[in-house]
Design a protein around this ligand. Structure first.
Ligand SMILES: Nc1ncnc2c1ncn2[C@@H]1O[C@H](COP(=O)(O)OP(=O)(O)OP(=O)(O)O)[C@@H](O)[C@H]1O
Length: 245
């Protein structure tokens, strides 16, 4: 086992993973530098979610290595991976899963309250995040009274509120109308950038590639290329082909 370069926050090599015998990842290597916004593109079923789950320690790959800040993740036990996910990582799902009985601010404050931050201090920090994400006027409303885009903004606030080292966003705008999509995406990536949060975002959204620093493309569980923000392609894997993502 060789430790990864120091300047990569996340570093994964030769990841293989199957679901019930059918391969989802076949030899994917990927890395992200501190503060980088990395888009993972590719068609449906190409392995984007599986890759994010392996990188975040939610799943241990069948083969391959995942390192976070020069510490091996793939060799950690379930409890240590759970702690890592809770303390250093955050995750945004396509569908905002909010607690229906809690108000928007209470939902967003949950990670702070669970860490023992006082109610008053958690509320102050949460209201600042809700304002940054343009949903401060919704703070007292319950999820059912919010629009889908507002619910997703609250879920984004909940993910960012602890200022994680790495944010994993799995199709965060997939359930939004196109008018909301660009705005929510911009707000998410601006907040991540300004707090220097390394962000790995799985997406079909063509706007993401323009806003990300680099795009990695998967097809049938393989990485086929990566593209930088200035449009240059870095050949990778079995084929270096140009794709729209
Ligand atoms: N829990 C599971 N059980 C069985 N097969 C699965 C499971 N999760 C994913 N797969 C399969 O693994 C492959 C990769 O799926 P994955 O969700 O990682 O791709 P994706 O690129 O994120 O797709 P999408 O864009 O539709 O979310 C697909 O063939 C999918 O059907």
């Amino acid at each position: 086992m060789v430790a990864p370069p120091d300047n990569d926050v996340l570093w994964a090599r030769s990841l293989h993973h199957s679901h019930s015998g059918s391969p989802a990842l076949t030899g994917v290597s990927v890395e992200a530098r501190e503060g980088e916004i990395l888009a993972v593109g590719g068609p449906r079923g190409s392995g984007k979610t599986t890759l994010l789950r392996c990188l975040s320690g939610a799943v241990v790959p069948d083969e391959g290595e995942v390192w976070f800040n020069s510490g091996a993740v793939h060799t950690l036990g379930a409890a240590a991976r759970e702690r890592l996910r809770r303390d250093r990582f955050a995750w945004i799902d396509p569908e905002p899963a909010l607690v229906p009985e809690l108000s928007a601010w209470e939902n967003a404050a949950l990670p702070l309250l669970l860490r023992g931050v006082s109610h008053r201090s958690a509320k102050k920090t949460t209201l600042e995040w809700l304002e940054r994400l343009d949903v401060d006027t919704c703070a007292k409303k319950r999820p059912h009274a919010l629009l889908q885009a507002e619910r997703q903004r609250v879920a984004i606030a909940r993910a960012l509120i602890t200022e994680p080292a790495v944010l994993f966003a799995d199709e965060p705008t997939a359930t939004l109308h196109s008018a909301d999509r660009a705005q929510v995406l911009r707000t998410l990536l601006t907040a991540a950038r300004s707090h220097h949060i390394t962000t790995i975002i799985a997406t079909h959204d063509t706007d993401v590639a323009a806003l990300a620093d680099r795009t990695v493309v998967l097809i049938d569980g393989r990485r086929v290329n990566s593209r930088t923000e200035n449009g240059t392609s870095e050949p990778e894997g079995i084929a270096a082909c140009s794709l729209s993502v």
